[in-house]
Design a protein around this ligand. Structure first.
Ligand code: AMP
Ligand code: MN
Ligand code: MN
Ligand code: MN
Length: 273
């Protein structure tokens, strides 16, 4: 069985519609796909409707949170997308994203990027607005040549467009996910640039707050990283998840279902579904 438990559609910062994502996942022979858009579940019903019998869709979300001054992503899987707790959380995150986007736009304007607000909105097309939509504007106006450069110059950690301080705590986010009947999974633990000591204190708090799993595999990663995260899962009695974090077919390193293998000895999240 091929599982991909972390993907994005154009309901957040992905390029494809939920239907197009489902079609690509089927082409790649994915058996079980979770749609985990940033702070929204808007695409889940469409993905389910498009999937038919040979692909199982797991309702999911990737929630932005804040821990020790860093922006940390928590994936919720098997959530009830109609649960009032979740609906309220999503509404709150949506307000925060809009407010943050206004601040990002003001800051970008100050460093000379014209029409940042209008530009980002044009690319977001009503989806959960985020930094990648600003990146598209920055690139199209010639202030950077690609995404990596737009983040390096304007949007990445410590840069002028990196506005994150308002996200909820990991405890609140885990509470919402659990209240919606889901399981909370720490997304891409190797992408936060944490030392082992910091990662372990995050995992300690994550587990104590009711988090159940970590992504032992996120996209293409080295065996050393996979082994480190497998070890961490064992040390905190956390389950293992895996996902491509697919955003766009333009990135040839990311495709639904394409990722490093989960170590055979892992206790996988789906073992308990
Ligand atoms: P936001 O949700 O607004 O904080 O934006 C975060 C998103 O930006 C991530 O989910 C990625 O899709 C994207 N992103 C973050 N860093 C980079 C980078 N260096 N290059 C390209 N995309 C990035
Ligand atoms: Mn993203
Ligand atoms: Mn993420
Ligand atoms: Mn993601």
């Amino acid at each position: 069985m091929l599982y991909d438990l972390h993907t994005h559609s154009h309901c957040s910062d992905g390029k494809l519609s939920p239907e197009e994502l489902v079609a690509l996942a089927k082409m790649n022979k994915v058996d079980v796909l979770a749609l985990t858009d940033h702070d929204t579940v808007a695409g889940v019903s469409a993905a389910k409707a498009a999937a038919g019998d040979d692909l199982t869709i797991i309702p999911g979300i990737e929630v932005s949170s804040l821990w020790a001054g860093r922006s940390i992503h928590i994936v919720g899987l098997q959530i009830d997308i109609d649960s009032p707790d979740l609906q309220q959380a999503v509404a709150q995150q949506s307000d925060l994203r809009l407010e943050r986007a206004k601040t990002i736009a003001l800051r970008l304007e100050k460093v000379g990027i014209k029409n940042a607000w209008e530009g980002a909105q044009t690319y977001a097309k009503g989806a959960a607005i985020g930094r990648p939509h600003f990146a598209q504007h920055i690139i199209s106006e010639g202030y950077a040549t690609n995404f990596a450069q737009a983040f390096k110059r304007y949007l990445g950690a410590g840069k002028v467009g990196d506005v994150k301080s308002q996200w909820p705590s990991i405890n609140s986010v885990i509470e919402w996910i659990n209240a919606a009947g889901g399981i909370a999974i720490l997304a891409h633990p190797d992408k936060y640039g944490l030392t082992r000591t910091k990662l372990y204190s995050l995992l300690e708090e994550f587990s104590a707050a009711g988090g159940k799993a970590i992504e032992v595999v996120s996209g293409h990663q080295t065996l050393a990283v996979t082994q480190k995260l497998h070890r961490a899962a064992i040390d905190f009695s956390l389950l293992a998840s895996c996902g491509s974090d697919f955003h766009s077919p333009d990135n040839r390193w990311q495709s639904p279902g394409i990722m490093s293998p989960l170590p055979k000895k892992c206790q996988a999240v789906w073992d308990f579904w």
